[in-house]
Design a protein around this ligand. Structure first.
Ligand code: ATP
Ligand code: MG
Length: 317
């Protein structure tokens, strides 16, 4: 944010300029390798029961951790989580890249980027991995860049079916960017199609937002199966970084489902639960994350607390 002459706070970036300020020919030496011992919590989670969610590994030194935020169930808070965790971490001086792989393109809107002015998107990234460097755009938040998803992603999975190495496109594309960020968060569509598989293939960890409603556990069983399949066929290092409880309220049903999730995944549930809070739903309409819209709201406080836990899990502290 900047101040105008009359002292009013103005959002700095609304027009999505391309990010071209990073030299990509050399890997910087300092400040890139997260301390490995800081992610002990991740590796202590053990597999259990048929719905096993495999634990993730620490980030290899010298590059960003790549985390896919996914749940094939729609409207559970994936995008809200990506926007607000990314913004919180950027606020704490981590270098953050958001990759939106959903055709709804809500990450751009929520981060103050005008999609109509963006020429290179996640579709280009996947079809032409060499466009990755020029696909990034600045956002309303310092240290936070985005590769925008938009309606051009519709139909992409069909087109990719004809391509060799179709599951590895995103991984290849992101590779040259990784030394220049601390964390890459990939938002996914509400499906387990080829685009989501590309995201999982490119990732170290999976963060799973779960709404504490009926059917939550049923949906997780399907996702757990996909994660195990990707692990055995494509990416043996993939694991789960956390299960987040979203849109949580003090109803009996919410409490019961939260209890079941805690029982099923005691090491993986990231606390606190994100409370249902209208300020979180309002923030995207202003093109800003919750820490700029209303940091002291319940949603603002919960995302701050979650960001602190994840910062530690991801070895960013
Ligand atoms: N904790 C919350 N309290 C109240 N509203 C919320 C909360 N989290 C998200 N929302 C709202 O719920 C709706 C769905 O959230 P969001 O878009 O983040 O879910 P999603 O999983 O990304 O959805 P999709 O599957 O369609 O991509 C949005 O309108 C969002 O603003
Ligand atoms: Mg979404």
């Amino acid at each position: 944010m900047t101040s105008s002459e009359d002292g009013e706070e103005l959002p700095e970036v609304r027009v999505a300029p391309l990010v071209l300020d990073v030299e990509f020919t050399e890997v910087e030496e300092e400040g890139l390798a997260p301390p490995l011992n800081a992610v002990d919590e991740i590796s202590t989670a053990r597999a259990r029961r048929p719905m096993d969610l495999p634990a993730s590994l620490p980030t290899p030194p010298g590059r960003a951790r790549v985390v896919t935020v996914t749940n094939q169930k729609g409207g559970v808070g994936k995008t809200t989580t990506v926007i607000n965790i990314a913004a919180q971490l950027a606020l704490r001086d981590h270098r953050v890249l958001v990759v939106d792989s959903d055709s709804q393109g809500n990450c751009a809107t929520g981060l103050g980027v005008d999609k109509s002015r963006v020429r290179t998107t996640t579709r280009d990234l996947i079809l032409n991995p060499e466009t990755a460097v020029g696909s990034r755009h600045a956002t309303a938040v310092d240290n936070l860049h985005i590769i925008v998803g938009d309606r051009s992603l519709i139909g992409l999975e069909q087109e990719m079916l004809r391509q060799l190495g179709r599951e590895r496109r995103m991984k290849e594309a992101l590779e040259p960017l990784l030394p220049h960020y601390d964390i890459v968060l990939i938002d996914t569509p509400p499906s387990l199609g080829l685009v989501t598989i590309n995201a999982l293939m490119a990732s170290d960890g999976v963060l799973i937002p779960v709404q504490t409603e009926y059917f939550a556990l049923e949906g997780l069983a399907l996702l757990a199966g996909t994660i195990r399949e990707v692990r055995s066929l494509l990416n043996q290092n993939l694991g789960v970084d956390g299960v987040m409880l979203t849109m949580h309220a003090q109803t009996l049903l919410n409490q019961q489902v939260a209890g079941e999730l805690l029982e099923a995944f005691p090491d993986l549930v990231v606390k606190p639960a994100i409370r249902r809070n209208v300020r979180l739903a309002e923030a995207p309409s202003h093109g800003i994350p919750i820490h700029l819209h209303d940091p002291s709201s319940a949603g603002g406080q919960d995302y701050q607390a979650i960001a602190t836990v994840l910062e530690r899990r991801w070895g960013l502290t």
